[in-house]
Design a protein around this ligand. Sequence first.
Ligand SMILES: Cc1cc2nc3c(=O)[nH]c(=O)nc-3n(C[C@H](O)[C@H](O)[C@H](O)COP(=O)(O)O)c2cc1C
Ligand code: SF4
Ligand code: SF4
Length: 242
Amino acid sequence: MILRCYLYEVEKKDLENNAVVYFSHTGHSLETATYLAGRLSWPILTLKEAVGRHFEHLLFVAPIHRGKFPSPVYSFFKRSKVEEAIIVAVHGRIHHGDAIFELQRKFRLPIVGAAYFPTAHAYLPDDHFTPPYGKLDPLLPTFGSGRYFVVPREEGRAKHPHCLPKVNIRLRPGCRACHSCEAVCAYKGIRNGKINPGRCTGCLACLSACPDGLLRLEVTSSLVFYLKTHQSLNEPEIYIGG
Ligand SMILES: Cc1cc2nc3c(=O)[nH]c(=O)nc-3n(C[C@H](O)[C@H](O)[C@H](O)COP(=O)(O)O)c2cc1C
Ligand code: SF4
Ligand code: SF4
């Protein structure tokens, strides 16, 4: 009995009531999460800060990479516990696949709201798209509703090919091996300024981490053309239970 009370206290202590958790490489998911945390007046946590915790209400924001969530998102849900979730998948208006459906299926997530949300594309530096943050507002009252649902799949909709090629990250001379780029890379894709092409996902997190601005994204004109001619998902897709 004493042991049981103790365990209950531990569980209660570990339970974070409400938080917005985000994962972001180039800042778009962070901006979206910041907007939502402001609307809810909830704390905002990085994936690293939040991993392993137990949330009563979790609003989760992360980017789409090649039609899926990046692998650290899967590690997060494997190690954390959630009573009720809203998931926002931030994309570059090309293609979002069934990212939220796949995540929900894998972890049996109790979802009361979900959104595929358009932002500027990380590979298009001159993409000045303004994300319509206010259109996410209808999601927020769904917390506490208990109206769980299965997030719909893309079925029936024309699919974009998964043909986004890998980009090259180039290092200009002058690296002083400060390790700042390594510290922000979630994929062990760079060491002492040297990119490991087998591991680098092209997420671009390291570019802004280099204090000397030595890392550069190389995009071919054919990739730019492909991206610009396939950007069609300009409206958020919002799903609400019930
Ligand atoms: C490696 C990589 C793959 C991407 N794949 C897609 C994609 O399949 N569909 C899409 O619409 N946008 C794609 N994007 C664009 C991102 O989803 C978009 O730029 C998002 O805003 C990035 O979020 P972040 O700034 O929070 O990292 C990709 C971006 C990167 C870096
Ligand atoms: S090395 Fe590649 S995977 Fe790592 S932060 Fe840089 S772009 Fe992202
Ligand atoms: S952050 Fe820049 S200077 Fe530091 S190790 Fe990486 S590339 Fe070199």
